[in-house]
Unconditional design. Sequence first.
Length: 202
Amino acid sequence: MTNLKRYINRSTFLLVLIMLSYSRMSFAENDLQEIESMETVAPGTINLSIPMNKPPTEDEKYAIQSLLENRFNVPKDMSTLLSNQIADASYMYEIAASILIAVIKVESAFDPYAISHANARGYTQVMPKWWDSETPYDLHLPEQNVLAGAFVLDKYRNRCGDIYCALKSYNIGITAYLAGENLAAARKYISKIMRAEDEVLL
């Protein structure tokens, strides 16, 4: 009878140990899952000054969205679509997100419905007269305007050589830039873009 009691006690003890070990493993797994679910990319942890070299993740888009909301006061109902476009355009056209954001700030101050005296439209102020039938996007739609602007910048860059001459051409026109005309205005525009980009990269 004594041996039986010892066996029962020992078995009970082993069973308790097994249950405790299992509980600890479950807690550890749950804690890890909770930590992983809480992980997001903060705005300062992605390099916006270089083009995205792979399709942007949701965390990267969220980081841009947070930047737009917290630094530039873009309303939440606009920031999601805008951040998605910026990230996608950075990857598709190999343009730094910081430059795209700077262009939007300088051109429209983040107003999706901005129309200039020359009839340029939207976030990136693309001219329908020249680009309505040239881009694969509807530049009149806020959800496609940034992609249209990036498309134009890419076209100019292919003609003149780099993103800085593309930005100058974006402002004064590729014909004027290649002819060496209105360069003072182009330099002034580039200065505005650089200051806006510095604000993005603070």
